[in-house]
Design a protein. Structure first.
Length: 347
């Protein structure tokens, strides 16, 4: 995707031929015309990774099924042999049956235990492979200062999704890009960006400030990361009334007339999490996933993953404009929040 002078994205799609020349697969969206060859190569690699992953999944399923069958069969054979042998020994040596039975039981338990150890080792190796596919970091970035942040009356005449960054917001986005570069170095990045203009502009200037080469990042527009909907054109006097009612009712459950509640945002963020897990499988070789979105949406994102209560959600402020909130992968496969958040002392 290429951003023109007005901040609008010019989408350029490219395709990849598969083994059957009669079929064509859309592989992705290029970021700038000059990046198409690099994007095409990356898309080719990803499709190969996807194919290999699917074959690997099928092989693993077949292997697991085979070993389960062999394990069950071997246990049945050993059990039958033990019963027959004990019967013969009981007939021939009735006085020593207790000792011999104990020995056979120990041998049987050692055999089964040995199989358990083998399967435990294989499961640990499978878990390690899964962890290697997870990105090292998930980084949340709120958009830079917007015209609406600087002047609340902007929403009375400009649609929310068309509100742009201020000059200060542009500088903030470039600064966030420099901070991002310090954090990730030259590693690969996948961006998920809200479709609102201020988020797109923030993404554009982050890439510019970080000086990320076109072949080192990919970007996907994600409507589920949009701002909480407060309605259409917003009358300042009515918005003031709504905010008073919201404080009395509770910000998470209060639904703006013609808009959304925080709980509605939670539902679509939950749906996005499911998609993100699928992204891990196919793009997990990338070290960093970056979400460029809005204050409430990102706070709900953390609430969803970290399993915060509504009360804990209410105690936190939105992130500062263009601040980086970092989640890092821990050894147990879960992400931990490493950036301190500001708390609302008034609650």
């Amino acid at each position: 995707m290429e951003v023109d002078a007005d901040g609008r994205l010019q989408k350029t799609e490219y395709t990849r031929r598969v083994d059957n020349p009669a079929k064509t697969v859309v592989s992705g969206t290029a970021v700038g015309a000059t990046a198409q060859p690099a994007r095409r190569e990356m898309a080719q690699q990803r499709w190969e990774e996807i194919d290999e992953h699917m074959h690997s999944v099928q092989r693993n399923r077949t292997t697991i099924s085979y070993h389960r069958t062999m394990r069950t069969t071997s246990q049945h054979i050993i059990s039958a042999a033990a019963v027959v042998l004990l019967g013969v020994l009981t007939y021939l040596y009735p006085h020593t049956i207790v000792a011999i039975g104990g020995v056979m039981l120990v041998i049987y338990l050692l055999h089964v235990g040995g199989l358990d150890i083998i399967f435990h080792i294989r499961n640990k190796e499978k878990r390690r492979r899964e962890l290697r596919r997870l990105p090292r970091r998930i980084i949340l970035i709120r958009h830079g200062e917007s015209q609406g942040n600087a002047d609340a009356t902007t929403y009375s005449h400009t649609p929310d999704h068309q509100v742009r960054l201020t000059d200060k917001g542009i500088d903030q986005a470039k600064g966030a890009g420099r901070e991002l570069r310090k954090l990730i170095g030259d590693s690969m990045v996948r961006f998920f960006v809200s479709p609102y203009m201020r988020s797109y502009q923030t993404f554009k200037y982050i890439v510019e400030g970080a000086e990320i080469a076109p072949n080192r990042y990919t970007m996907r527009e994600e409507p589920r990361l949009r701002e909480q909907d407060w309605g259409n054109f917003q009358d300042p006097a009515k918005v003031k009334q709504y905010m008073q009612a919201r404080r009395a009712f509770g910000s998470f459950f209060y639904r703006f007339p013609e808009g959304e509640s925080g709980a509605d945002v939670y539902d679509r963020v939950t749906d996005f999490w499911s998609s993100l897990h699928r992204e891990f499988k196919f793009y997990g070789c990338l070290d960093n996933f970056v979400l460029v979105s809005h204050g409430i949406t990102l706070r709900v994102f953390l609430m969803r993953y970290l399993k915060w209560t509504v009360e804990e959600y209410h105690k936190l402020w939105n992130f500062d404009n263009c601040s980086l909130v970092v989640m890092e992968l821990a050894g147990n496969g879960q992400y931990r929040l490493v950036t301190p958040l500001k708390q609302d002392r008034s609650t």
